[in-house]
Design a protein around this ligand. Structure first.
Ligand code: NAD
Length: 459
């Protein structure tokens, strides 16, 4: 039996329809309450992230709690401006009317999040949902049990059930039951491609709009002219933070053959510098989420030649930072999103060759390029359709809330972060206002003989 009943969802719909969630003061107050609660429970959130993923306090803050606080602060600061209707110009045929765009709340929204950054990937969309004047059902991942627990505790403590409601439990059961018995006004889903497809299908039944933040294989190109020491540091951090369980982590490296050996040596020494020679005891190295994921990742280790790392321990859910080469492009390692601490390194000699490899897994969520040549940079950016990415860096585009974050094609649809989250959780409503004092007869029948005039007006 699902945990949530239709009556709860209907209560939320009724609550939204009273209009209480829409005024500016109300939205601002709820964002402030959320901020205070995050600050109050900071230690517990951090402990939950340690329990679920062995994240250090520093990593928990920089990759989860701090990002959430910064998004709340931004929303509080800009809310009134974001909410204000915006004047736009009016075309000649409609003059002297004026035109305005309003931002409407969507209604009852459903937010579903995954386990890898279980706090921020739930809270950041929720901030936009609140800022947008909506009511929200949130469904954290059942695999990050401790974080789901603290999220539920916070939400239950500060918000009434009819406003924000947290549903825990098995996603397939809970989400399907809700979506089949209730029409949400928007579904915001972050997670894997197969589940994203299932959500999209269920949403289509009721023409429910969706945002899908999915995964995929994100390539990382290292050109012959790259600064290799910097590249190695940034790739190692981007790949092995959260033990590779990052949707935008460089999935595999494509390195120009002339610098392959040098890059590999630098990657090896950087891994040892960051995580010591035994990452299982490193303060900065976490764990795999569960045994199922552990087994999948270990199976990948047989698909190429391990050139660094490879050791693992199921009792600790530990897999060392691993570099692997001699990989067949037909292997599952090069067909499935790795989502763990295994970094395939493949060499190329021409851009065309590298592009063919990327095209095997089209529409990457992220794309990274290391080069010092501006022309090469422009060529690559134009050549690959990707969600977002970095030049001479990895992962960090995610943290700039002035950049829209989202996928393309198979890696998702829609975008969020900062103002874009507010945009995602509101609907544009265009309104034309026409004065009564001017009503030219040419707008009314009979139109006969006015074709030339109309052509001039619409020119
Ligand atoms: P997942 O799809 O297994 O689960 C995500 C959420 O969906 C959970 O809350 C789960 O309860 C729910 N769910 C599971 N099965 C469901 C079903 N049949 N119907 C409805 N809901 C269901 O994803 P995951 O394993 O938790 O996350 C890993 C994936 O997420 C990776 O592919 C990764 O790239 C992607 N991801 C993407 C982003 C992004 O921002 N684009 C961020 C993090 C993770």
């Amino acid at each position: 039996m699902p945990n949530v009943d239709m009556q709860q969802l209907q209560n939320m719909r009724n609550h939204f329809e009273t209009g209480v969630t829409k005024p500016y003061q109300f939205r601002k107050k709820q964002l402030q309450l959320l901020k205070q609660a995050v600050l109050k429970y900071e230690t517990e959130i951090s402990a939950a992230l340690y329990s679920d993923l062995k994240k250090s306090k520093e990593e928990a803050y920089t990759t989860e709690i701090g990002l959430v606080l910064s998004e709340i602060n931004l929303a509080i600061k800009n809310l009134s401006n974001w909410m204000a209707p915006k004047y736009v110009s009016t075309d000649l045929a409609n003059l002297p009317s004026s035109s305005k765009i309003y931002r409407d709340a969507l209604g009852v929204v459903l937010i579903i999040s995954p386990w890898n950054y279980p706090f921020q990937l739930m809270m950041n969309p929720l901030i936009g949902a609140i800022a947008g004047g909506n009511v929200a059902v949130i469904k954290p991942s059942e695999f990050a049990v401790a974080t789901a627990g603290i999220i539920d505790k916070i939400i239950t403590e500060i918000f009434p059930d009819e406003y924000i409601y947290c549903v825990q439990g098995d996603g397939a059961t809970e989400v399907s039951a809700m979506m089949q018995s209730f029409r949400f006004d928007h579904v915001f889903y972050t997670g894997s491609i197969p589940v994203g497809k299932a959500i999209y299908k269920m949403a289509a039944e009721n023409l429910v709009p969706v945002t899908l933040e999915l995964g995929g294989k994100s390539p990382c190109i290292v050109e012959a002219d790259a600064n290799l020491s910097t590249a190695a540091r940034r790739i190692v951090l981007g790949k092995f933070i959260n033990v590779g369980q990052t949707c935008i982590a460089p999935d595999y490296v494509l390195v120009h053959q002339s610098v392959q050996e040098e890059l590999i040596n630098k990657l090896k020494s950087t891994i040892e510098k960051f995580y010591t020679t035994d990452a299982s005891t490193s303060y900065d190295y976490g764990k795999i989420i569960n045994e199922k994921r552990f087994d999948t990742l270990v199976s990948y280790l047989n698909e190429g030649k391990i050139i660094f790392g490879g050791n693992h321990d199921k009792s600790k859910l530990f897999i060392a930072p691993t570099l692997i080469d001699n990989i067949s492009l037909d292997s599952s390692l090069m067909k499935e999103e790795i989502f763990g601490p295994i970094l395939p390194i493949i060499s190329y000699s021409t851009q065309e060759e590298a592009l063919q490899i990327i095209k095997q897994n089209e529409n990457p969520l992220a794309f990274y390029l290391f080069t010092t040549n501006k022309k090469t940079e422009n060529e690559w950016i134009k050549a690959v359709p990707f969600g977002g990415g970095c030049i001479n860096n990895a992962d960090w585009h995610f943290t700039n809330h002035n950049l829209p974050f989202g996928g393309v094609g198979k890696s998702g649809m829609g975008a969020y972060h900062g103002k874009f989250t507010f945009d995602t959780f509101t609907r544009l409503k265009g309104v034309l206002k026409t004065p009564n004092w001017f009503d030219p007869f040419i707008k009314y029948p009979s139109f006969k003989g006015r074709l030339k005039l109309f052509k001039w007006i619409f020119r």
